[in-house]
Design a binder for this molecule. Sequence first.
Ligand code: HEM
Length: 190
Amino acid sequence: MKGTVFVELLKMAETEFGEDVVDNVLDNADLDSGGVYTAVGNYPCSELVTLVTAFSEHSGLSGEVLQKAFGHWMLKNFGDNYPEFFKDKKDSFEMLEAIDGEIHVEVRKLYPEAELPRFSTSRTSENTLEMHYSSPRPLAAFCHGLIEATTEHFKQRAEITQKVPTNANVNARFEIRLVDQPAEPPVHAD
Ligand code: HEM
C-alpha cells in the first residue's frame, strides 16, 4: 500500500491518542519497515492491519471502529488533495459510481503500484445505491467509513448497511439509502 496511507494513519492516531501512544505502538510492533514510512514508499498492507490492531489494543476501540474512522480521515485527505475528482459530481451516488471506472483508474495512472479494490454499483431504487466491494485486503470497514464520509461530504443523510455478500468474489455489499433531509428552518424577517 502507498506510504501516504500509513503516514495518514499515524497522523490520525497522533491526533486521537497522542504522540506517546504512537511511539509506543511503533516501538513494540514487529514491523519489517521498522515503523518508518515515507509518503512515496510502498509497504505491505499487513503492516496496516498490525498497526490498526495495536491501536485497537491501546484504545479499547474495535479494529472495525478504527478502520471506519480512518475512512473518514482519508476522505477528508482526498477532498483536500484531489478536489478535481469531487467537483464535477452532483451528489454522493455519482461520486461512488465513479470510483471504479474513473477515480481509481486515474489513481492507477498516477501510481501504477497502487493496490486498489474493485467496485460494482447498481441503483436499486431512486434513493438507494448498492455497492459491491472486492479486494484481497481486509479493509471492508475502512471502505464503509469512506462511503459514510462521501455522503457527508455531499451533505446528504444516508443509512448505510453492510450486508452479507451473496457472491464469493465480493468481500462486502453495502446498501446506501438516502433519507430525507431535515427541512430548512423557515426564514423569519425581523
Ligand atoms: C478522490 C477520491 C479518491 C482517491 C484519490 C482515492 C485514492 C486511493 C488511493 C491512493 C488508495 C491507496 C492505494 C494503495 O495504497 O496502494 C485508495 C485505496 C482505497 N480506496 Fe480510494 N480513493 C478515492 C475515493 C474512494 C472512495 C469514495 C472509496 C469508497 C467507496 C474508496 C475506496 C477505497 C478502498 C476501500 C481502498 C483500500 C484498498 C483496498 O480496499 O483494497 N476510495 N484509494
